[in-house]
Structure formats: C-alpha cells, structure tokens
Design a protein around this ligand. Structure first.
Ligand code: AR6
Length: 176
C-alpha cells in the first residue's frame, strides 16, 4: 500500500528489511549495539562483520537515540541503528521514547541527505510494545516529519508478518 504526503511516498510492505534497496535501513538495536535476535540479528547476518566493527567503535546508543554505520554487504548504503523502549506497561515514558527513536532515525536520514529509508516495527518484537500503539506512533511521527522534509522521497515500513502489516494498514487508514 502506498500513499503520498506532499512529495514523499509512504509505503507499507510485507517482507524482510535486509533485502531493501532504500538508501538506508533502520535497525531495532539494543543500547549496547551488541547485536541480538529479531531484525537486529537478521541485519548483522546479512550485512556481514563490518557493521558490528563500526558498532563497537561507536560503543553504545541510549534508548530513543540513533546512530549510523555503513551497510556492509547489504544493498542499502547505511544502517541507522536506533533503540526503542522495552514496554513496561506504558507509564514509563515508552510512547515518548518510541517517538524519539523514529524521529532521531529520520534526523540521521536528513543529516546524510538521503532520499529513501526503510523502517521495521521498532520495539514491537522482543521489546513487547503493543502493536496497535506502536503502529500509530510510527506512522504519525513519520507523516509529521516528512511534511517538513519533502526532500525525503520514500519512507517504507517493511513488516515481517501479515498480521503486523494488517495492523499498520488499519492504523494508516484511520489517519487518511
Ligand atoms: N525484516 C523486517 N522486520 C523484521 C525482521 C526482518 N528481517 N526480523 C524481525 N522483524 P525485534 P525490538 C520484525 O524483536 O522489539 C533484538 O535482540 C519483528 O517481527 O527485532 O525493538 C535487539 O538486539 C518485529 O515486528 O526488535 C534488541 O535487544 C520487529 O521486527 C531487541 O531485540 C521488531 O522486533 C529489540 O527489540
């Protein structure tokens, strides 16, 4: 599914983010940048060891922030590693931190003057964020940002299962 916000295409796709051809892909990392399971594991496996070498040099990334490495063997030129919050009931600033993870990732896109980026559903796996709320925060944050950054041509959400795709689609339909 695709929609246009000014000059920016917002797309929802079902698939594996490691195969994306956007300028950058976003990784749902941990604050130690140590790699792990989920999308993080998949990105390091597909991208090869140079990404972890760069992560070691950077050292760490606080929750809600984002750092950039090269894309290693991936088609994407860059990986933006962001750290979403662990969901602990919703009253520990989770929503602000999840919003910040998307926003800081988008700022790295702007810093690098990139035209396209793909996001996974940050915090919606191991970190346990309820999917509807996570989708709503993801979509509103991105739509608001691109309104003021029309130089970004394409933002793709690459969702790993039909269920996650359907939840994102449903939330997006509520917004348009
Ligand atoms: N492409 C796109 N999405 C994927 C892929 C993939 N190849 N693989 C999984 N997903 P998670 P989190 C989806 O757990 O909740 C790691 O161990 C998955 O279905 O990867 O932010 C890190 O090191 C889910 O919808 O990230 C951290 O310790 C979404 O990606 C921790 O997990 C996010 O799930 C981060 O947890």
């Amino acid at each position: 599914m695709e929609m246009k916000i000014g000059g920016t295409v917002i797309a929802l796709a079902l698939g594996d983010i490691t195969r994306e051809e956007t300028d950058a892909i976003v990784n749902a990392a941990n604050s130690g940048l140590r790699g792990g399971g989920g999308v993080d594991g998949a990105i390091h496996r597909a991208g090869g060891p140079s990404i972890m070498e760069e992560c070691r040099v950077i050292g760490s990334c606080p929750t809600g922030q984002a750092v950039v490495t090269g894309g290693g063997n991936l088609t994407a030129r860059y990986v933006i590693h962001t750290v979403g919050p662990v969901y602990r009931g919703g009253s520990r600033g989770e929503a602000d931190l999840l919003k910040s993870a998307y926003l800081e990732s988008l700022k790295r896109v702007t810093d690098k003057r990139l035209k396209s980026v793909s996001f996974p559903a940050i915090s919606a796996g191991v970190y346990g964020y309820p999917l509807e709320e996570a989708a709503q925060i993801a979509l509103t944050t991105i739509i608001d940002y691109v309104k003021d950054h029309q130089e970004i041509e394409l933002v793709r959400f690459v969702l790993f299962s039909q269920n996650i795709y359907d939840v994102f689609l449903n939330e997006l339909k509520k917004m348009i």
